[in-house]
Design a protein around this ligand. Structure first.
Ligand SMILES: [Zn+2]
Ligand SMILES: [Zn+2]
Length: 276
């Protein structure tokens, strides 16, 4: 049985950037492990949130690449990596939505285990301003300075990703507004976004759960929920809806999977046919 578990006292390497260690620490403790910081690599070369570099890897691949790099740089067996993606919500496309994918790479087995957290991310916003007071009100409502802001854009008169107090923000806005409208955007780099750190932490927690459960097929750790299965039946009209009826659990190694039922039916108020 012990061969199927993450050995107690295992070390987990994480690339040091954007202060993500605090988000992973509780999950690593749950696994009885120890977090090790790996240095010497610029994770921004894999893509960044500020539109300066084109992203070339999918989020899951990027998380896995970071986790694998962490093991290579540190010589530690297990590596952790994370990648976030932000955009409109997948259902209606109106809410700002965040997805955080985390990965644990086992260098000894050459196996990756992923987990994710997702949900509304109200701080993920950007807007153009022509008036100083509108911009400052918007920044305060977003939670600045705890939530960081990016002022302007690359190539424009002002582009600043380091503003961290209201006096400096005011100065930069006045400078930018002298040239025309200025854009403000939430800085979603983890160390500048407490809301994003919380979502990474949730994903890391889901990863720990998955790493603690052994696959019924092959016995290796890494068995857990990977996606939701739509199709709960409307109690009014009997049609399958977009609401999840089950969680699909799968093994990262052998592909074994099963469905864990969540609910058989939903209220007609959540049915696309009865309540379009
Ligand atoms: Zn398996
Ligand atoms: Zn219905």
């Amino acid at each position: 049985m012990s061969a199927t578990r993450i050995p107690a006292g295992s070390r987990f390497a994480l690339l040091t950037q954007h202060g993500k260690a605090a988000a992973f620490e509780p999950a690593v403790q749950r696994l009885g492990g120890q977090l090790v910081l790996a240095t010497g690599f610029d994770t921004d070369s894999l893509g960044s949130f500020t539109g300066e570099r084109e992203r070339t890897l999918s989020a899951a691949d990027a998380a896995q690449t970071k986790a694998r790099l962490a093991t290579e740089l540190s010589g530690v067996r297990f590596g952790l990596g994370s990648e976030g993606s932000y955009g409109p919500d997948p259902q209606v496309g109106l809410l700002p939505w965040g997805v955080e994918i985390v990965c644990c790479w086992d260098a000894e087995r050459g196996q990756a285990v992923h987990a994710l957290a997702q949900g509304p991310q109200p701080v993920y916003r950007q807007q153009q301003f022509t008036e100083l007071h509108d911009a400052l009100d918007w920044a305060r409502a977003l939670g600045f300075p705890q939530q960081g802001l990016i002022v302007g854009q690359p190539g424009l008169a002002v582009f600043d990703k380091t503003v961290s107090d209201e006096a400096t923000l005011r100065t930069r806005l006045i400078e930018a507004l002298a040239h025309g409208p200025v854009g403000l955007a939430a800085d979603m780099r983890a160390h500048r976004s407490p809301a994003r750190m919380a979502m990474i932490s949730q994903a890391a927690d889901a990863l720990a759960t998955r790493l603690q459960s052994a696959c019924p097929g092959c016995g290796l750790p890494g068995y857990g929920p990977v996606r939701l299965q739509a199709g709960a039946i409307c109690s009014g009209c009997g049609q399958p809806t977009a609401t999840a009826r089950a969680e699909v659990w799968a093994c990262a190694g052998c592909g074994h999977s099963h469905e864990r039922p969540l609910r058989a039916s939903v209220d007609p108020s959540r049915c696309e046919f009865c309540n379009p």
